[in-house]
Design a protein around this ligand. Sequence first.
Ligand SMILES: [Cu+2]
Length: 282
Amino acid sequence: LTVTQGDTVNLTLVDDHDPTNTNYNPGGDGHTIHLHGLDLASQYDGDPMTAPGGQGVLQGEHYTYHFVAQWPGTFWYHCHVEAAEHIQMGMYGALIIRPRGEPSRAYPATPTFQKEYTLVLSEMESVGHRIDADHLQKGGPDMNWSTYHANYFLINGKAWPDTMRDPQDHLEATVGQTVLVRLINAGYLVHSMHSHGFHFLVVGSDGRKLATPYSKDTLDVAPGERYELLFHLDQVGRYMFHDHLEQNTTNNGAYPGGMITMISVNNPDGSNPVPLQQLMNG
Ligand SMILES: [Cu+2]
């Protein structure tokens, strides 16, 4: 979701088919939308304990959340019913609020960017997914998500090398450009994001412009946190951008995988000194 500061937004959650509504879980769990970072009043906050009626939106129901986009920045939204389970199953997304009249800045008076990427970080535990599916569909024991042990590590829902096959995940620019990268941690582990080739300028976090931007090459992003990073790409080549918890650069234990993408900085004619094929064979 992308809106502009000052916009009035109505967001309707329609629970027309609830996959948690099975013979073994009659009625289903229901769902909500928690707009993380918008600081809304209880009736729009999406916490089922404080929502009107004290529960989520059940199958056949709908509910409209309402807000005025007050602060520019990077936010996200997620279901808050059985949150560990429902977020793990993918019930989340990014929410970007652009400063009014300044669409090429993250915040008023921060440097302009020429390109922009939003990277939603997450992980998944495949064993837990199987247990949960069997619980709902076959009446097996329920999954206890406090035993969470992730074996896949994802950027925008994809693991290396699939991150290179989607232009939303593979950061690509022309030398000399400034690129804004918005990081959102929708997972349950800290991700220590490190860039090769460049320091980046951290200009904001959690929907607030920083009073003093700072330069980093590695940045811890805790669960729920967001950051805006500006990369000034002043040298051509291809540079890894990855989780420096190296155990998270694997796919079910196999390296390379997981939370890796590339910053490809091309010459003005579009060429790059590092052949793309060389990476994909690695
Ligand atoms: Cu839900």
